[in-house]
Ligand binder design. Structure first.
Ligand code: PLP
Length: 516
């Protein structure tokens, strides 16, 4: 690297013209072979590691990042890499471990980070055609492909619409949050036509709605109303109907109904067809939040889980969850592309009304060409491999549920619709009887302690949530939550994790704190 040169330059307060050329040379033309080797080695060890947790107390990690001084002079590359080696890499989350079953992020196929380097090098900005060229059309093509998987219109429809400059079949966003916000915006526009300005407006979904809807409601001045779920964590259409009627009685316009296809906490799927029909009958926009579950559309054997999704006005799908592409691949789809026209924005210097610019439709401005990742994954993975992946993932979930049910230490607290399940540990003294509210409170405290101890031990990992379980009443309970996304996770890993938890739990049960 030319870092000595830059150090020299940075130490001369008024650089000569030569120094300008040196700066450009340093920034744009340096030899990267050493850095590439280093990245390669660190990536390989990240992917190999079976560690599933954090072995240093988080307090100690935090202490490493207190300095707010920007260096006056450039640091030597070796020193910078040592800094990453010492302070950063050992403490990042072990998402690739087959025993990390905690969250919605998994290791991604190796070809994608390689393409990521290309995406970052080209640095195309898909906000407008002038800064992205072909990438604008790639993005629209990918949206067309997944729109077809979602809604299944005929070839003539896609021929006419996929590159139609007046509207769009969908849009890319940094994530499901922005996609959901965009859907709310479209719904609000539609409702405003009937309700007029200044009307009170509400969005109705189940109590398991993702918190992005609370953000959207807050930004857009909408009321958020939550209706209960059944014992399978699916929204009750009858309760939804009652809430719509309550809104009507109060003079509140219902701007949107939200159905969830794969809740964040349980993976449960709302009755999509019933909710969509309810919306159609009452001329209310229905949005399906399939951020988590939408990937199943690419699995011919399992897409029936999402039956009814084709009736939704808008659908959110996160590529960076189940489709195993890098972060930054949120997508929103419009069943009727004409709806996209209702959320258009322009700027005279850049995003022009009669252009090809996708920026006319997006809440975000500058955006990277993450569509390449989905484009590559659809071509290089294809539906048959996705089908195998999703089937294996569901099978893994069933295996884990079976083991949990077969072990007296655990109680399965949700039947999985998809590849997420929740359960809890029951301390030995409390097994065999139906726990009352005070017992449940103690069991919850125990499970929180167990989840923390497991994370600190670092050999396996699940997350936790806090929700009611219908057979135990309305009080929220602490639940362990396993997300079975990582294709490397085997039955042995699952057994390892459950036994790891039993071992940790026994120690906790024998500790004096437990008996207080
Ligand atoms: C993850 C998720 C979101 C939010 O997506 P981000 O990509 O994190 O912004 C929204 N809804 C559901 C159901 C999700 O699982």
């Amino acid at each position: 690297m030319a870092s000595e040169k830059l150090t020299e330059i940075s130490q001369h307060p008024s650089p000569s013209e030569d120094a300008g050329a040196d700066v450009a040379d340093y920034l744009l033309g340096s030899d990267l072979s050493k850095l590439r080797g280093w990245v390669e080695a660190r990536s390989a060890s990240f992917l190999r590691s079976a560690d599933a947790g954090e072995r240093s107390p988080i307090r100690r990690v935090r202490e490493k990042f207190r300095s707010c001084e920007v260096p006056d002079t450039a640091m030597a590359l070796d020193d910078y890499l040592s800094l990453l080696d010492q302070d950063v890499l050992p403490h990042c989350s072990s998402l690739a471990s087959p025993r990390y079953l905690g969250h919605m992020t998994s290791p991604i196929p190796g070809f994608l980070p390689e393409l990521g380097r290309l995406v970052q090098t080209l640095n195309q900005n898909v906000v407008k055609m002038e800064t992205s060229g072909s990438l604008t059309f790639v993005e629209r093509q990918v949206l067309g492909m997944l729109h077809k998987e979602t809604y299944g219109f005929d070839t003539a429809f896609y021929d006419r619409r996929v590159q139609d400059r007046d509207s769009t079949l969908g849009l890319f966003a940094s994530g499901g949050t922005i996609a959901n916000l965009t859907a709310l915006r479209a719904a609000k526009q539609r409702a405003s036509v009937h309700a007029g300005g200044g009307a009170r407006m509400a969005v109705i979904g189940s109590e398991l709605m993702h918190y992005s809807f609370a953000k959207g409601a807050d930004l857009m001045g909408l009321e958020l109303r939550r209706v209960p779920v059944d014992e399978q964590n699916r929204m009750l259409p009858a309760a939804l109907e009652r809430e719509i009627e309550a809104c009507e009685a109060e003079g509140v316009t219902v701007a949107a109904l939200i159905a969830i296809a794969g809740t964040t906490e349980f993976g449960s799927v709302d009755p999509l067809a019933s909710i969509c029909r309810l919306g159609q009958a009452r001329n209310i926009h229905v949005h399906v939040d399939a951020a988590w579950g939408g990937g199943f559309l690419l699995s011919p054997r399992n897409r029936h889980i999402l039956a009814g999704i084709e009736l939704a006005d808008t659908v959110t799908i996160d590529g960076h969850k189940q489709l195993m592409v890098p972060l930054g691949c949120g997508m929103l789809f419009f069943r009727d592309p004409e709806v996209s026209k209702t959320i258009m924005h322009h700027a005279p210097y850049a995003v022009r009304p009669n252009s090809e610019d996708q920026g006319r439709f997006t809440l975000e401005g500058t955006r990277p060409a993450t569509a390449i990742y989905v484009h590559a994954a659809l071509h290089l993975i294809g539906k048959s491999v996705y089908d195998a992946l999703f089937s294996a993932s569901l099978e893994r979930t069933r295996i884990m549920a079976r083991h949990i049910e077969g072990m007296p230490e655990f109680e399965l607290t949700s039947r999985p619709d998809m590849n997420i399940l929740t359960y809890r540990y029951i301390p030995e003294a409390m097994r065999g009887t139906t726990p009352g509210p005070a017992d449940n409170h103690r069991i919850s405290r125990f499970n929180v302690a167990l989840q923390r101890a497991q994370r600190d031990k670092g050999d396996s990992f699940v997350s936790r949530t806090f929700r009611p379980v219908s057979r135990h009443g309305d009080e929220p309970l602490a639940l362990l939550r396993a997300v079975l996304l990582n294709p490397r996770t085997t039955e042995d890993d699952i057994l390892f994790l459950l036994r790891d938890q039993v071992g940790i739990a026994r120690e906790l049960e024998n500790s004096p704190a437990f008996h207080e």
